[in-house]
Design a protein around this ligand. Structure first.
Ligand SMILES: NC(=O)N[C@@H](CC(=O)O)C(=O)O
Ligand SMILES: [Zn+2]
Ligand SMILES: [Zn+2]
Length: 347
């Protein structure tokens, strides 16, 4: 049995760092685990252009822990009024690495998202031309569609035609949660990849709903049934380079989750690698973890792989019951519970 894993330092290809008083906490956690992270732009107001991405990046760098070389990879938030020139300007910065499509109303802070995908086809054309990947929150938002089916509908109504219409555009189907999405990505062309979260590998909707409703398991896209969890585990551990690590770590202060109408998002950045290691270990695939966590994402984005290493040891330890979060507190996934793996401070 492997008790010590040395991995090339991983990157997180989908994280929410938030802003303001939250930022020192989220950046510290991300920087301890990852070399780089694709930083989601769903602030209020969102990160819509190169200038906004530049100032957000500065705010992140300002709170980076001493000695850390953690690199935030910035993302534009597409709206109905994004123009091809916004894409060109963003690409020219060198620090914007993608643009994100949030269907309006699909998830946290998506009110300014795109109302009709066809309205931004000229923008997508430009992205294909300049080589800026499109990141997609793939859920339809129509009220009559069941929340558990929204990803599947998005594939049928949008993903298929997007990949056909823009065959040279790199597209990341973010935080996939269904067997349908895994199959779609597998059979799509080589420009289509997907991120998979640790919580969708470790849990299914029973964990959220059996024996009481657990708000800290509530995220979007919502946890699905067990067969989908198994399909995601198969995809993540398959060695297929289209599937790579993206935590979708999405912090919300405790009082906004433990509420009558609680926010969507799980906080996993604090123990991301430990959680992924547990999932891969349970699936008998620890030998596949490094490629998923440290190779495939960088390769997909056309960035060099990291050169430093991190060490994971098999060792039980207990997470704190809560973490500080500005002047509030944050309940991480698995708060107060035991983890099987621990990331060592230094390699
Ligand atoms: N995943 C979530 O449940 N929430 C994310 C938004 C998102 O990634 O869809 C957030 O920003 O809180
Ligand atoms: Zn999302
Ligand atoms: Zn997200």
């Amino acid at each position: 049995m492997t008790d010590r894993l040395i991995l090339l330092r991983p990157d997180d290809w989908h994280i929410h760092l938030r802003d303001g008083a939250a930022l020192p906490h989220t950046v510290m956690d991300a920087a301890r685990q990852f070399g780089r992270a694709i930083v989601m732009p769903n602030l209020v107001p969102p990160v819509r252009n190169a200038a906004e991405a530049g100032s957000y990046r500065e705010r992140i760098l300002a709170v980076r822990p001493q000695g850390s070389r953690f690199e935030p990879l910035m993302v534009l938030y597409l709206t109905d009024s994004t123009q091809p020139d916004d894409i060109r300007a963003a690409k020219a910065t060198g620090f914007v690495h993608a643009a994100k499509l949030y269907p309006a109303g699909a998830t946290t802070n998506s009110d300014s998202g795109v109302t009709r995908i066809d309205n931004i086809f000229d923008v997508l054309e430009t992205m294909a031309e300049v080589g800026l990947p499109l990141l997609v929150h793939g859920e339809v938002t129509r009220a009559e569609i069941d929340i558990f089916d929204r990803e599947k509908y998005f594939i049928d109504e949008h993903m298929t035609r997007l990949t056909e219409r823009f065959p040279t555009l790199r597209i990341v189907f973010e935080h996939i949660t269904t067997r349908d999405a895994a199959q779609f990505v597998e059979s799509a062309n080589a420009n289509v990849g997907a991120t998979i979260t640790a919580h969708h590998l470790l849990y299914n909707r029973n964990h959220m709903l059996v024996g009481g409703i657990r708000p800290h398991f509530y995220c979007l896209p919502i946890l699905k049934r067990n067969v989908h969890q198994q399909a995601l585990l198969d995809a993540a551990t398959s060695g297929n380079p289209k599937f790579f690590l993206g935590t979708d770590s999405a912090p919300h202060a405790r009082h906004t989750k433990e509420a009558a109408c609680g926010c969507a998002g799980c906080y996993t950045a604090h123990t991301a690698l430990e959680l992924y290691a547990e999932a891969f270990d349970q699936h008998g695939a620890l030998d596949r973890l490094e490629a998923f966590a440290s190779h495939f994402g960088a390769d997909f984005y056309g960035l060099p792989r990291n050169t430093e290493h991190v060490v994971l040891v098999r060792e039980d330890w207990t997470l704190p019951a809560e973490l500080p979060f500005g002047d509030r507190e944050l309940i991480p996934l698995r708060a107060g519970e035991t983890l099987r793996w621990r990331l060592e401070e230094h390699a």
